[in-house]
Unconditional design. Sequence first.
Lengths: 139, 423
Amino acid sequence: MKKVIVIALVFFIATAFITQQQPAGLKAAMARGKKVYDATCLACHQPDGSGVPNMNPPLIKTKWVLGDKKQLTKIVLKGMQGGEIEIDGDKFHNPMPPQESTLTDQEIADVLTFVRNSFGNKASMVTVAEVKAMRAKLK
Amino acid sequence: MKKMVILVLLVWMAAVSFGNDTTKVAKASTDDAPITLPQGFKSVVVTSGLGKARHLVVAASGDIFVKLEKLKDGKGIIRLHDANGDGKADNISGFGNYVGTGITIKNGFLYASSDKEVYRYAINEKEGKVDTATVQKIITGLVSKNQHETKSLALDNEGNIYVNIGAPSNCCQVQDRVKGSPGQDPCPILETAGGIWQFKADKTNQSYAEGARYATGLRNVVGLDWNTEVNELYVMQHGRDMLFQFYPDLFSQKEGAENPAEEMFRLKKGSDCGWPYCYYDNDKQQKLLNPEYGGDRKKVDRCADKEKSIVQFPGHLAPNAMLFYTGKQFPEKYKNGAFIAFHGSWNRAPEPQAGFFVVFVPFKNGMPAGKWEIFADGFSGLQTAGSTGKVKYRPCGLAQGPDGSLYISDDNNGTIWKVSYGK
């Protein structure tokens, strides 16, 4: 019994330690990013990031969100026609509107950091410099 | 320290017991797929697990044909045969290697659509058997650009077939769904989409040149039916999205969820229902100019002479099927009235989603004769508001059986219900 308690304790402390070890600025970026998400993304991708079947893809644990940050940033800046995203054989048909004229580099960095660290996701932050570089590259 | 240990163990125990509980509930409701119905009606699950079961039709033999939007074992049309009369499918077979939504039967032919074409097959209605070798492509080359791409079908009694061609757009903005982008005026989409097209039911390889635009100004129609009592076409329009998100100065969050109306139109040849210039405002109870075209929730402008809808529903409920009931099984009040299957909303967020149900509108002489009411409910499986992606079933198709039973399809899981009255 004592062993179980010790294991439970170690697990508890380890978990607490990990969750506290956040990169600098993550908390502030998450708070700013949530505001952008609520105003611009939530209508289609839904409050819990689960999307809409056949129409708007989910943002939960997919390679599109957790994978290549450059690709993800490009999708937000330039949008998509619809039908390009396929997850487990299901296509998502609604177009993604380009946000290059409606969101700043800071807002895109914040909202992508928020999405990559919400709904059960955990991935690195997206920086303003990364968004700026992608915007310049796409010009 | 001891307190912390106890806390950890408690949390762990709670998590484990909660997990067990959820599993049990889910299993029970998967087995019987219960829906709620008015008193005296009952339902049986014909089959489940077909996947994206869109529209369906029942032959005179009682055999059911379902159009799928995702192939099942390589088949896009599924035939369900009930051998022992208990309402449940005993033999399931399929044909057609294309996906789509529309399916119907008329005068010895079964018609089915992909998102670009319409095919037909000879069917022996008494035996419920389709001769797949007789397949003909009757319509081809229709606009299909991801958004509002599905094609629903209806036929009249004079050899014409009606096909909806949804607009690949929300409100014909220069940049679709980009906040602040103006509406194109005139909207070029209307030349080849955003309306109902009429073709001959028996000619092959027809496209825009051979067909006629029967009605225009319809953003997207999925549910439509030919009313044989008055011989006219009735359609349900999916109204536009994003009023609150794009125009927060004009629409509160709640008003954006309730607007615009999902409208029912009784069409005549040449009807113009107003999209993308006009929308129906549920609060003002009036057809008004869309903000993309200078509207301010007061201006009527060019919307004054557009076709008026005959029933209005709350916003974003997504009417995916309509059926005029001509059977003798249901009580008298249902005769010639309209059933409408609502797929359920997504553009009401962050307000609660709604509309995963089948409603009934009483009719007299081809016009509504009373308020709409919920007929079948409980499809979402949610006790409280939840996400569209987490609902259990989404009503999508309706069909009437030879004995007057009503069939409902769901395209989330592919469940088919047979609803009957009495006994």
